[in-house]
Every structure is written in C-alpha cells, then in structure tokens.
Write a protein that binds this ligand. Structure first.
Ligand SMILES: *[C@@H]1O[C@H](CO)[C@@H](O)[C@H](O)[C@H]1NC(C)=O
Ligand SMILES: *[C@@H]1O[C@H](CO)[C@@H](O)[C@H](O)[C@H]1NC(C)=O
Ligand SMILES: *[C@@H]1O[C@H](CO)[C@@H](O)[C@H](O)[C@H]1NC(C)=O
Ligand SMILES: *[C@@H]1O[C@H](CO)[C@@H](O)[C@H](O)[C@H]1NC(C)=O
Length: 373
C-alpha cells in the first residue's frame, strides 16, 4: 500500500519533459497574456514591469530572466515539450530576425482581450495597463508574419496548419484584473464578461478563417485563490472564504466567465464543424492543487506567494517580487504561487499534465487519452 502511494506521488511529480512526446503537432502558435508570454513584453522594453528583466524571474529553469512571468517554464513551454518541439520564440524576436520553424508566440504579459483603448476611453483601470498589445494587435502580428514568413498560398497554409496547434489564451484575465484592482465591483465587472468572451470567440473565428484547424481556448484561473486578490479583498468575514481559503465570490466570477466562454465555443463548433475547438479548463486543473496542495508538494499551501514583500499571502503592492523590499523563498518547487499574481513552474506543470494527460480539455487534446503513468 505504501509503495503504491509513493509511486503515485512520483508520477504526479514527474515532469512532462521526461515522457516521450505524445502530442502530434509540428507547430504551435500562441496568443495571450503573462500566462503565455515567453519574452514579448521584455523585448518591448518592459518599462511598465521592469522586474521581469531580472532574477529571480527565471531562476528555477532557464537560470536567467527570459521575460516569462514565473520562475521557469509556462504551460505553453510544457505543451511544446510534450509535442517534442523547441520552446516558441517570442514574435518580437522573430520580427528582429530570429528564425523559427515550429511556431511563434504572440502573447504579451499584461495584454487584454479588449483593445487597450476600451480601458482608456472609459478610464477603467487604464492607469494600470502594462501594454497596449491586446489580442487584436497580436492577431495583426500573426497576419503580417503569416503572409511574409509562414505560408503563401491557401494550399500551402492548409498544409502548414493541418498539424499546428493554436493556443488562444489564456486571455481575458487582465480585462478583469485592471478594473478590479482599480476598485471595480464584481457586479460592475460581470457586465463586461459577454464583451470579453465575444472578443475571444471572434479572435478564434479569425484564426479559423486564416486556416487554423486545431485550437485550444483556455478559461480563467480561480482568481479567488490568487494572492493578489486574497490580499486586496481580504475580509474578516469567514463565510467569504471556501474550504480551500479562496474568496468564493471571485472564484464564482471566474466560473461565470468560463461558462460564458464555453457557450461561445459551442456556437463556434456549429459554425466551423471542420475545426477542432478545444476548451481548456484551467480552473478545474488548478483547483486540484488549491484543494490538496500537499499532494503536489506545495508544503506551504498553494495560496502564499514564493516571492514577495510580506503579509499573510506574501504579497505587498509596495514591495512586489524583484523589488528591493521583496524576498524569494528557498524552494519555489514547494510553492504554487510565484509572485502573488503568477504561478510557479511547478504549478504550470501540474496544470499542463491535467490538459495533456488528464480530463481538463474538451474535447481532449490527446485522443485516445494517454493512460496515467
Ligand atoms: C498605450 O496607449 C496610451 C494611449 O495611446 C499611451 O498613453 C500609453 O503610454 C500606451 N501604453 C504603453 C504601455 O505603451
Ligand atoms: C464579433 O464579430 C461579429 C461578426 O463579425 C461582429 O458583429 C461583432 O461586433 C464582433 N464583436 C466584438 C466584441 O468584436
Ligand atoms: C460575508 O460573506 C458572504 C459570502 O460572500 C456574504 O454573503 C455576506 O453578505 C457577508 N457578510 C457580511 C457581513 O459582509
Ligand atoms: C510592504 O512593503 C513596504 C515597503 O517595503 C513596507 O514598508 C511595509 O511594512 C510592507 N507591509 C507589510 C504588510 O509587510
């Protein structure tokens, strides 16, 4: 019995990279925000978020700051590994001449699904916006690159994209983060959800019209379990928290976004029956470690950030990770939250395993599903 338990733990902790490639893609094209950015914000100067240009960002895996908002690899990196492909170069490196053969990453940390001008014109959280490179800008980059470097004729593109995975997100989280951090209420922001979801669905349509046939569209993470939300919206009201210590109302908000997104994707499946449109349930994949952090080696629980400036969740807006008042934990692999906002490489690995091997992609990313090892 004990041996079985130990084996189970080992299989949970086994990195995606040690398994033989079992996704069949030749290329990956990725869009989104800091959950997927492998260097675009950094290459654009990172004036608004200079800390990603320094350690401890990147300390666990790459051992230098790559522009990833984590200590190491992201979901998109683990998906590339599971496909036997190199890590995706950021678009802004490709635009400067870096070569690519197996896809490009257009995601930019801080990006919103809605155009930046939406936030500026209504003055909702716009003072917090890290970048104007929203989803439509990223789609514009893709179109430009496609016509010059990816494929020329329709036939050529069809052949190229037949074995390409398009990751449309995660995107949309920042459309809520900025207004929430600027004082918006859940009730106010619920009104934004249909517009954000329609924008993500429209981007998905645009990519299908451009020739994409396999697309994965992730939902939002449980924001009520995120250290920054737990810090900003901390309350003595115990009934505001669920059994995992997360803020119920904010998790419900994520679920509301996700159920709207799932409906929109269902509509797209009717409109484009030839395309495989996969919903990636990041929420369910992540809630597992918020519920049972010790199962995943997150010995300090999954709510406290590894890197930060103190406080109950180790998130302090006056001393964010990388700034002089902050400290990094000794072993980031024992934490799920990296810097208060983003997750650690270890957490992203657990999520990716749930997408690639597990039940959290609909329809499944791999079919028939890979047996748990
Ligand atoms: C985004 O655009 C606004 C308005 O055009 C501008 O003031 C702001 O500096 C831009 N932000 C970034 C990060 O480039
Ligand atoms: C989505 O696309 C439809 C059809 O092109 C368009 O009418 C609608 O305005 C778009 N919505 C958003 C939010 O961009
Ligand atoms: C406490 O939180 C619960 C759940 O969010 C809410 O329904 C209730 O109104 C809150 N009570 C107070 C006194 O704020
Ligand atoms: C947050 O950081 C500031 C600046 O370093 C510090 O003065 C303050 O005491 C910190 N707050 C907490 C709760 O640790």
């Amino acid at each position: 019995m004990k041996n079985v338990f130990v084996l189970l733990i080992i299989s949970f902790l086994r990195p995606v990279s040690s398994t033989p490639p079992h996704l069949k893609y030749d290329s990956i094209f990725s869009f989104g925000d800091s959950l997927a950015d492998t260097g675009n914000l950094l290459l654009s100067g990172a004036r608004t978020f200079p800390f990603i240009a320094k350690l401890p960002y990147g300390q666990t895996f790459f051992h230098y700051p790559t522009g990833r908002c984590s200590d190491g690899r992201l979901i998109v990196d683990f998906i590339a590994e599971a496909s036997g492909l190199p890590y995706l170069p950021p678009y802004l490196a490709v635009a400067k001449g870096e070569t690519f053969e197996h896809g490009v990453n257009f995601a930019v940390a801080g990006a919103t699904a809605l155009d930046a001008k939406f936030f500026y014109s209504r003055n909702i959280g716009s003072q917090l916006l890290l970048t104007n490179d929203s989803l439509s800008v990223q789609l514009g980059w893709f179109s430009k690159l496609k016509s010059t470097l990816i494929c020329s004729t329709k036939q050529d593109c069809a052949r190229r994209f037949e074995k390409s995975l398009f990751l449309v997100g995660e995107i949309g989280g920042n459309d809520y983060n900025y207004p929430f951090f600027a004082g918006g209420t859940i009730q106010q922001l619920k009104a934004l959800v249909p517009l954000v979801v329609e924008t993500i669905a429209n981007a998905t349509s645009v990519l299908i019209e451009e020739g994409a046939v396999e697309l994965m569209v992730p939902g939002n993470l449980p924001i009520g379990c995120n250290a920054v939300y737990l810090t900003l919206f901390r309350t003595p009201n115990k009934t505001a928290y669920d059994r995992n210590g997360c803020l119920k109302a904010y998790n419900s908000f994520s679920k509301y976004h996700n159920s709207n997104l799932k409906l929109a994707l269902e509509n797209l499946r009717h409109k484009y029956p030839h395309a495989k449109i996969i919903y990636a349930d990041y929420y369910a994949a992540a809630i597992k470690f918020f519920h049972a952090p010790h199962h995943y080696g997150f010995w300090n629980g999954a709510l406290v950030a590894c890197c930060g400036g103190g406080g109950p969740y180790n998130f302090n807006n006056s001393a964010i990770c990388g700034s002089p008042g902050s400290k990094t934990c000794l072993d980031p692999t024992t934490y799920a939250n990296w810097d208060g906002i983003h997750l650690t490489e270890s957490a992203y690995r657990v999520i990716t395993m749930g997408l690639v091997n597990g039940p959290f992609t609909h329809p499944p990313l791999t079919f028939p599903p890979i047996k748990p090892f």
